[in-house]
Write a protein that binds this ligand. Structure first.
Ligand code: CA
Length: 227
């Protein structure tokens, strides 16, 4: 059970989804405009937001950015277009998952439960150090050589997972299951997040320091040799 904020301007769609989610014991609040949704997120702190991208007052991508500026709440975007470039952009802008309309109640509920599981996954209660990397899972802070890293929630989860398993090759499949909490999905999502994480660590796939790609398998996090 979760408190879901449904942002959808189509009344017919909205009432159908509310009926479905309520029937699955979720508590549903709703908004028909992006600005009302932002107000709702700021005041009511829902567990998860389902955000329609075609809203009357703000462009969906704009709404997502504004939402991200005020909250870390998991967001599933609902888009009418199966447009890969747009979806990649939305994931980069902080969406946790997406659904292409029309979707079934079962599908929405499965996505909701997956993002909630990820959000609620108990963080290990310890600080992990690998070389100059320090990851504090409780405070959700990561530092590299003493400097705080500005990571998205997903990048942090990915780094924390790898830091907890130094020197071990972790497969994309494992990352998908353990970090994304999905049993299906494409490798590209993981590769894109790894490349963002690399950039924030100041390294690249061709000149790795911590994150080493193991071709065809996955990735291994290893402390660089002392200079
Ligand atoms: Ca709409």
């Amino acid at each position: 059970m979760a408190t879901v904020l449904l942002v959808e301007d189509d009344e017919f769609v909205r009432s159908a989804i509310i009926r479905d989610l309520t029937g699955r014991s979720h508590v549903v609040r709703s908004a028909g405009r992006a600005l009302d949704a932002l107000r709702e997120v700021a005041h009511a702190a829902p567990d998860v937001v389902v955000l329609d991208l075609g809203l009357p007052d703000l462009d969906g991508a704009e709404a997502l950015k504004m939402l991200r500026a005020i909250s870390d709440v998991p967001v599933i975007v609902a888009t009418a277009r199966d447009d890969e470039a747009e979806i990649v952009r939305l994931l980069r802008d902080g969406a946790d998952d997406y659904l292409v309309k029309p979707f079934s109640g079962d599908h929405l509920n499965a996505r909701l439960e997956a993002v909630l599981r990820r959000a609620r996954a108990a963080a290990p209660s310890r600080v992990v150090r690998v070389g100059g990397l320090v990851v504090d899972a409780d405070r959700r802070e990561a530092r590299l050589d003493g400097t705080a890293l500005d990571l998205t929630r997903r990048e942090f989860d990915l780094l924390a997972y790898l830091c907890a398993r130094p020197d071990r090759v972790v497969s994309r499949k494992e990352l998908l299951t353990e970090v994304w909490r999905q049993s299906y999905g494409d490798d590209q999502t993981i590769d894109v997040h790894l490349s963002w994480l690399r950039r924030k660590l100041g390294e690249s796939a061709s000149r790795p320091r911590y994150l080493h790609t193991v071709r065809g398998v996955g990735v291994r996090l290893t402390a660089p040799a002392a200079p």
